[in-house]
Design a protein around this ligand. Structure first.
Ligand code: NAD
Ligand code: TDX
Length: 331
C-alpha cells in the first residue's frame, strides 16, 4: 500500500504517520508538506527512513499529479490551521485550503485514487453556551472565521467532486485535538510553554468558550476506521465528549504544573470568537465501531505537559516569534 499524507510534518499529520508506520509496517508512506512555519522535519524523525518526505506545495499541480499517480490512498491533512492568523491575513488560507484541495481533487479524479479529507467541526459555526445540542452530520454549514470558511469551501469541493466526477472520497470533521507535536501557537501548548519559560498563561476574554477536546491518537484511529470501512461520499463526525471551558483548561494546566491555578492573565478576546463546539459522533461509533481510548483528559494533558517539558528543542526556537506575533494582537 502506497499512502500519500499531505501535511504530514504538522501536528495531526505527523502523529498519523507515526501511528501508520506502527500499524502497517509494510506500507510505504510519502509525506507532501510545504514545511511552512507550522511544519517541521523533526516531527517525523521518529519515523526515520520508513517515510519519504517531499517538500512541496499542495497547490503545485505538476508535483501533486506525479505523487498521486504513485499512490493508492491520499490522506489530506495539509492546511493553514490557526484562526488568529486567518484574521490577520486570510490569503494563505484561501490558497492552501481551497486551491490546494482543488489541486488534489483534480489529481485523484484523474488517477481514480481513494481520498480522505480531514476537516474540522468549525465548519458548523458555534453553539450557544446554554444550548444542549451538538453538531451532527445534518447541521447546516455556518462558518465564522476566514479559516473555517476556507475549510467549509474545501469540504464542499470534495462533495461536488464525489457527486459530479465519481471521486472515491470520504470526509471527517473533528473537534479540537491535543497531544504531542502541536504547534505552540495553539491554546494548550502555548500555555504549557508559557509556564515552562516563566510567562503567565493567556486566556482570551472571560474564558467561558467551550471546546470539545479529543486526543490526537483517537482522531487518527478514527481516520483509519473511515479509510478501512467508511462509505464513499459520506461525512463522519469525530469527537470524544470532551467538552470543557477554556478557564477550566488553563487552571488544570497550572495545577498539573504545580502552580497557583489563578496565576494567569485575561487578554483581548479573539474577534468573532466561536462560543462552543460539541460533536455528536454516534454515526462513527454505531456504524464503524470506533471508540475513543484516551478518556481521561487530565491524564492526557499531564502526558502532553511531560512531552513539552522533555522536548524543549522541538519548540523553544519558535517561542519568541510566536509570542511577539501575539503581542501585536494584544493577546
Ligand atoms: P498544523 O498547522 O499543525 O499542520 C499543517 C501542516 O500543513 C504543516 O506541516 C504545514 O507545513 C503543511 N502545509 C501548510 N500549507 C501547505 C501547502 N500549501 N502545501 C503543503 N503543505 C502545507 O495543522 P493540524 O492541527 O495538524 O491540522 C491538520 C488538519 O486537521 C487540518 O486540515 C485541520 O483543518 C484539521 N483539523 C485540525 C484540528 C485541530 O484541533 N488541530 C481539528 C480538526 C481538524
Ligand atoms: O492563547 C490563547 N488563549 C485562549 O484563550 C489561545 C491561543 C487560544 N485561546 C482560546 C481560543 C479558543 O476558544 O482557546 C480555544 C482554543 O484555541 P485554538 O487552540 O486557537 O483552537 P480553535 O480556534 O478552537 O481551533 C482549533 O480547533 C479546530 C484548531 O486550531 C483548528 O485548526 C481546528 O480546526
Amino acid at each position: 500500500m502506497q499512502i500519500l499524507v499531505t501535511g504530514g510534518a504538522g501536528f495531526i499529520g505527523s502523529n498519523f504517520v507515526h501511528s501508520t508506520v506502527r500499524r502497517y509496517p509494510d506500507a510505504s508512506v510519502t509525506v507532501l508538506d510545504a514545511l511552512t512555519y507550522a511544519g517541521s522535519r523533526s516531527s517525523l524523525s521518529m519515523a526515520g527512513s520508513l517515510v519519504d518526505l517531499v517538500e512541496g506545495d499542495i497547490a503545485d499541480a505538476g508535483l501533486v499529479n506525479r505523487l498521486v499517480c504513485d499512490s493508492d490512498v491520499v490522506v489530506h491533512f495539509a492546511a493553514e490551521t490557526h484562526n488568529d492568523n486567518s484574521l490577520a491575513d486570510p490569503s494563505p488560507f484561501l490558497r492552501t485550503n481551497i486551491i490546494g484541495t482543488y489541486t488534489l481533487l483534480q489529481a485523484v479524479r484523474e488517477h481514480g485514487t481513494r481520498y480522505h479529507h480531514v476537516s474540522t467541526d468549525e465548519v458548523y459555526g458555534d453553539l450557544d453556551l446554554d444550548d444542549p445540542s451538538k453538531f451532527s452530520e445534518h447541521t447546516p454549514y455556518n462558518p465564522s472565521s476566514p479559516y473555517s470558511a476556507t475549510k467549509a469551501a474545501s469540504d464542499m469541493l470534495v462533495r461536488a467532486w464525489v457527486r459530479s466526477f465519481g471521486v472515491r472520497a470520504t470526509l471527517s470533521n473533528c473537534s479540537n485535538n491535543y497531544g504531542p507535536y502541536q504547534h505552540i501557537e495553539k491554546f494548550i501548548p502555548r500555555q504549557i510553554t508559557n509556564i515552562l519559560t516563566g510567562t503567565r498563561p493567556k486566556l482570551y476574554g472571560a474564558g467561558k468558550n467551550v471546546r470539545d477536546w479529543i486526543h490526537v491518537e483517537d482522531h487518527n484511529a478514527a481516520v483509519w476506521r473511515i479509510l478501512e470501512s467508511g462509505e464513499i461520499g459520506r461525512t463522519y463526525l469525530i469527537g470524544a465528549n470532551g467538552e470543557l471551558d477554556n478557564l477550566s483548561v488553563v487552571r488544570m494546566i497550572l495545577e498539573l504544573m504545580d502552580k497557583d491555578p489563578d496565576d494567569f492573565d485575561h487578554v483581548t478576546d479573539r474577534p468573532g470568537h466561536d462560543l462552543r463546539y460539541a460533536i455528536d459522533s454516534s454515526t462513527l461509533r454505531n456504524e464503524l465501531g470506533w471508540r475513543p481510548r484516551y478518556n481521561d483528559f487530565r491524564a492526557g494533558l499531564q502526558a502532553t505537559i511531560d512531552w513539552y517539558r522533555e522536548n524543549p528543542t522541538w519548540w523553544e526556537n519558535d517561542k519568541d516569534a510566536v509570542e511577539s506575533r501575539y503581542q501585536t494582537q494584544g493577546a
